[in-house]
Design a protein around this ligand. Structure first.
Ligand code: ATP
Ligand code: MG
Length: 457
């Protein structure tokens, strides 16, 4: 079981997702983030990443993202450019009450219509302040103004309504910049409208496989020419299939995406199913889950099925393993606790790691990890003890930087594994946390411990 886990620098490789002529019939949506604070880097444009992901998941083509300052000419310029190629534009930001928010004026200029105050919007805004029990600043009435003939999206969470203007057959949706207000309005009003307008234009099926314990290059060699074979098969069915590798600190995501332009969702789904089955066959238990499932959720399911309890002993992670487990609600059913033992003396006193192990093998050793796991098991009176110890750096003290040992102790015995993890201190600590949870998952998936056969022993 002494597989050296080796992770490479995360990078993103996305399959050929360019707008070729074959995509020209797709319903394309452009995104424009408005605001000086976004332009100058004070605020990270999470609105566009949220919108792009949601559009993509719903089979809509994302044309481009642009960021512009609170400036009428730049906003109008980018809107005109987008409207040349896209059927819809979603803008976020610049709908605030103060004169430095210019989205409204830009829409008036684009449509060549004057801004008009709508009585029902004035009333809505007044009501918001009545409810809050504070006087309404006059400037807020600016938010009741929309270009003549435009539609609006009633505001539920803040004061600014969204605005919809139509230019030829394309639509521009202007949403507030505040992320939770933007998301609510998008989901309630914009996405349904887009789906209706794009009906039958494009379909997409997506499945994410979650992997741990394989390097990206090992993954690539195991998948070999599979991607090309699958793409060719998809092309025969009039669809396109892409596989993207998205490594993170907590999982390697393999995203299989199949799209078709003529409403053949069934075909797309079938192709994605076939692809993921074949990938699973090749990668075996390196695949730990699908779509939204996290490693801790998988662990939660396994431990519950077997009716076991678990505890932890941590050194270099300083509590991160316990923190990661307890983020999932309901783990108190089986998780007893985690002992953070940083000093060698703490390992001895709290976990009863024998002095000679520390002196002979060192604290960064397989033996020490095993003793820690067994010590935790006794300390917490749990069925399973898991542990990690290692050198997080930046300077090597006990061992080479990135050298980590993990162990599982149960009534069946002890298992340990040594790995060399890449990266800086933070990455090593996070990789260790994920690796220990994954090591435990693999152990639990294989063991008969706690199953009907041994229960009650
Ligand atoms: P409101 O009427 O609620 O002020 P608004 O349309 O005026 O809405 P902005 O003033 O542009 O929105 O932005 C409000 C806040 O929303 C900003 O301070 C910023 O923190 C956040 N925000 C704006 N644009 C983005 C974006 N693209 N991504 C993430 N956050 C954003
Ligand atoms: Mg603003």
């Amino acid at each position: 079981l002494a597989v050296g886990l080796h992770l490479e620098q995360p990078h993103v490789r996305v399959g050929a997702a360019t707008r070729s002529s074959s995509h020209s019939t797709m319903f394309t949506v452009d995104l424009i983030a408005v605001g000086n604070e976004v332009l100058y880097g004070e605020v990270v444009d999470t609105n566009s990443s949220y919108l792009a992901a949601r559009l993509f998941e719903n089979g809509l083509e994302v044309g481009r993202h642009v960021t512009v300052g609170d400036d009428i000419a730049s906003i109008v310029g980018e809107l005109r450019r987008s409207l040349e190629t896209s059927q819809a534009v979603i803008m976020t930001g610049g709908l605030g009450p103060t004169p430095d928010d210019r989205t409204r004026e830009a829409l008036a200029e684009l449509t060549q219509k004057p801004l008009e105050s709508l009585p029902e919007l004035v009333e809505r805004i007044r009501q918001i302040f009545v409810k809050r029990g504070i006087p309404m600043p006059e400037v807020n009435l600016r938010q009741a103004r929309i270009p003549a003939g435009a539609a609006y999206i009633p505001q539920k969470l803040g004061t600014a309504p969204g605005i919809i203007v139509e230019v030829d057959s394309a639509r521009v949706y202007a949403l507030p910049g505040v992320p939770h207000e933007m998301r609510e309005m998008f989901e309630r009003a914009v996405l349904p409208d887009l789906l209706e307008r794009s009906d039958g234009v494009s379909e997409v099926a997506v499945k994410v496989l979650k992997i741990w314990g394989l390097s990206e290059s090992a993954l690539a060699s195991q998948l070999g020419d599979l991607e090309r074979a699958l793409s060719a098969r998809a092309a025969d069915c009039g669809a396109t299939l892409d596989i993207a590798y998205l490594p993170t600190l907590t999982e390697l995501r393999l995203k299989v995406v199949c799209r078709s332009e003529d409403g053949r969702l069934g075909v797309c789904k079938q192709l994605v199913d076939e692809a993921t089955q074949e990938i699973r066959r090749r990668l075996g238990d390196n695949v730990f889950g699908e779509d939204d499932e996290s490693l801790v959720e998988i662990l939660d399911r396994l431990v519950r099925q077997k009716g076991l309890t678990l505890c932890c002993a941590e050194s270099l992670t300083g509590g991160m393993v316990g923190e990661t487990i307890t983020r999932l609600p309901g783990v108190s059913a089986w998780f007893k606790g985690s002992a953070v033992t940083y000093w060698p003396e703490a390992k001895q006193k709290i976990l009863r790691v024998p002095k000679q192990v520390i002196e002979k093998d060192g604290v960064v050793s397989a033996r020490c990890a095993e003793e820690m796991a067994e010590g935790a098991r006794k300390l917490f009176d749990a069925d399973i003890g898991i542990a990690c110890t290692g050198e997080a750096g930046p300077k090597p003290q006990e061992a080479e930087v990135g050298q980590v040992y993990m162990a599982v102790a149960t009534p069946e015995g002890r298992r340990s594994i040594g790995v060399r993890l890449p990266g800086d201190r933070e990455r090593i600590r996070t990789y260790t946390t994920t690796s220990l949870l994954d090591f435990t998952r693999r152990y639990l998936a294989a063991t008969t411990l706690g199953s009907e056969a041994t229960r009650g022993k």
